[in-house]
Ligand binder design. Structure first.
Ligand code: SF4
Length: 314
């Protein structure tokens, strides 16, 4: 069921997830389109998430934006593309390459006491090599050590790749096209911002078997949402993910499409990274004491790192 409407206020709105925004020219959403988008959100009872560009919006936009409850990504949720010295926002996103995450692990760990929540988003998951597993594990352990100290004091910051899994009893993934949908400045809906960027820069839509096209929209504000084969985006149609307990995993359908040509089939890279995080979360949970967690949330030991390798066991 849809819960969130992501509104890209401009073509240059900040990237806040795995995918980069390659668009460089300003293209502000028309005020009337923004009003219609808000109306759509109200009718569907959706929480609005505005994604801001770097520049300040014209004054007349602010009144419309404030007319409904919302979250501002790129403002109150600060987005960093490099490790900052300090973070002033309570809630922040750090977009970072795997190599930088590993080499700057101590700088990142030093940020944890400053935030309420830090979302770490790896920007080059597709390049991950099995040889990097040990270094990625060590970097996660460095963050865990700081979290453990903090959790024994009053401050208990969340770090998506480590602490989300601690409490989860079922899948809680990105949900693009399922629990959330994105509206672009052109008034059209997309499964997530990355599909809009692909359309804009003309990347051919491999899943469109009818004719070569970069078209990616799944409806617009006039005709409404039209998501073809929406069931294929859901967990119960994902044979690997539905047997998996890396519940915090993004299950990024855009990355799936890019790497496996299928929305619901994950790549080895995504699964391995998510399982290293899941296992690091287990270490943290064990150190915090499993008595502090509900029985169904206790993370069990496993002997695989990619569910594809053990799929016959389930
Ligand atoms: S780790 Fe792999 S199988 Fe598990 S939820 Fe993520 S993408 Fe799906």
């Amino acid at each position: 069921m849809l819960q969130y409407l992501v509104i890209l206020l401009d073509d240059t709105s900040v990237a806040y997830c795995h995918a980069d925004n390659p668009l460089k020219e300003h293209n502000l959403i028309p005020l009337n389109t923004l009003r219609k988008a808000i109306l759509f959100g109200m009718k569907e009872n959706l929480m609005i998430q505005y994604v801001y560009p770097e520049y300040e919006l014209p004054e007349e936009y602010n009144e419309v934006i404030e007319s409904i409850d919302h979250v501002k990504i790129g403002r109150e949720v600060a987005v960093y593309n490099a490790v900052p010295q300090t973070i002033t926002a309570e809630n922040a996103v750090l977009r970072i390459s795997i190599a930088d995450f590993i080499s700057k692990q101590y700088d990142i760990a030093a940020l944890l006491p400053q935030v309420t929540r830090l979302n770490i988003s790896l920007t080059d998951i597709e390049t991950f090599k099995d040889e990097q597993q040990e270094n990625y594990k060590k970097a996660l352990a460095t963050l865990n050590a700081v979290l453990l100290n903090l959790y024994q004091s009053d401050k208990q910051p969340q770090v998506n790749i480590l602490t989300d899994r601690l409490q989860l009893k079922e899948m809680h993934n990105c949900g693009a096209g399922d629990t959330n949908i994105t509206l672009a400045p052109n008034g059209k809906f997309y499964l997530c911002p990355a599909f809009y960027y692909d359309e804009k820069i003309g990347i051919s839509n491999r899943l469109n078997h009818h004719k070569p096209s970069s078209e990616r929209s799944v409806g617009d504000l006039e005709a409404g949402l039209k998501i073809p084969n929406q069931q294929l985006l859901k967990l119960d149609h994902a044979p690997l993910c539905r047997i998996c307990d890396a519940y915090h995993c993004n299950r990024c359908i855009w990355l799936n499409q890019k790497l496996t040509w299928d929305n619901n089939t994950p790549s080895h890279q995504q699964c391995v990274i998510a399982h290293l995080e899941r296992n690091a979360a287990r270490d943290l949970q064990q150190q915090l004491g499993t008595d502090n967690f509900e029985e169904e949330a206790i993370i069990k030991p496993i002997d695989y790192i990619d569910p594809f390798d053990v799929r016959e066991q389930f």
